[in-house]
Design a protein around this ligand. Structure first.
Ligand SMILES: Nc1ncnc2c1ncn2[C@@H]1O[C@H](COP(=O)(O)OP(=O)(O)OP(=O)(O)O)[C@@H](O)[C@H]1O
Ligand SMILES: [Mg+2]
Length: 275
């Protein structure tokens, strides 16, 4: 009789480990800018973790490092225990700016990541089309990005990010430009996708309600240079719906975030004095 080894997912190894990450921008003729300092963090598989902190504290710098687009001055990034520092393409990244390609239809934007990963265009379209139908983008497949609302553009950019076959996705303020109502619909939509796709998400936002509503854990960064000021779990049951935002538990977590943000607030402007 053949005995098959049972595959047990290893939940003890963090999906992503940030080890003492620091980064200093050096440019000729300008003072050095210490963007982040000594950030260490373990992200467990399948978690939704939000990072909040005031403008200029180094959130996008941190994401650029995690995505391998920027080599940190010191420290390392480990994915499933393997050092991936400075290696691009191993985690998916939706940048703060919406980067849909204006000359491609929405469908061809959604498959762009798959094509970069080497999939044939026709095959990629076959993968993407049913997902676009399922996640509310079916009507817009042949449209160009310029004719889409802000919410629809973000849906397309998010689906493109999720379709790339990486376990970890980084989302840098994806809903910042949307009105409150659209934003809320997008948050609910994102939670559906997160559950369906079973990914580990790191999410940057300035909106404390958004962070609490979406997250399993919240990580608060100090003003620049960004350091971890605090990190805590959000013990709200899932699935969550709109009604949770007025619950005493939600309000108390929100208060904790706001207290931390104000306690660590920079007295200069966010882009003020150099390191
Ligand atoms: N290429 C660069 N050269 C020099 N300084 C930089 C560079 N990129 C970012 N910085 C500086 O590093 C600091 C952190 O910037 P970063 O964009 O990471 O902040 P952020 O937290 O994402 O801000 P926001 O919330 O406004 O998006 C800022 O002071 C910024 O001016
Ligand atoms: Mg940023």
């Amino acid at each position: 009789m053949t005995v098959h080894a049972q595959i047990v997912p290893d939940l003890t190894t963090p999906k992503l480990r940030l080890e003492a990450l620091s980064h200093q921008f050096l440019s000729r003729g300008a003072p050095a800018v210490q963007a982040i300092s000594n950030i260490s963090l373990d992200i467990r598989p399948g978690k939704f973790v939000s990072i909040i902190g005031q403008s200029g504290c180094g959130k996008s710098t941190l994401f650029n490092i995690l995505a391998g687009l920027l080599a940190p001055s010191s420290g390392s990034v480990l994915l499933d225990g393997e050092d991936i520092t400075g290696r691009a393409g191993l985690v998916s990244y939706m940048l703060q700016k919406d980067l849909l390609l204006p000359w491609r239809t929405v469908l061809d934007n959604v498959i762009y990541g798959l094509e970069i990963q080497g999939m044939d265009r026709r095959e990629a379209r076959d993968v993407a089309e049913p997902l676009m139908e399922r996640y509310g983008l079916g009507k817009f497949k042949q449209h160009y990005p310029s004719s889409l609302s802000g919410g629809m553009r973000q849906r397309a950019a998010l689906l493109r990010t999720l379709l790339c076959n990486n376990d970890v996705i980084l989302l840098d303020e994806p809903f910042a430009a949307l009105d409150a109502q659209t934003r809320f619909k997008m948050q609910e939509w994102l939670l559906t996708l997160w559950k369906d796709f079973d990914r580990t998400v790191l999410f940057v936002t300035h909106d404390v309600d958004e962070a609490v509503f979406l997250s399993d854990e919240i990580c608060v960064l100090s003003p620049r240079p960004g350091r971890i000021a605090d990190r805590f779990e959000v013990p709200l049951a899932r699935p969550r719906d709109r009604s949770v935002v007025t619950s005493p538990e939600f309000v108390s977590i929100k208060q904790r975030c706001l207290d931390l943000l104000f306690a660590t607030q920079d007295t200069s402007t966010a882009e003020g004095s150099q390191a």
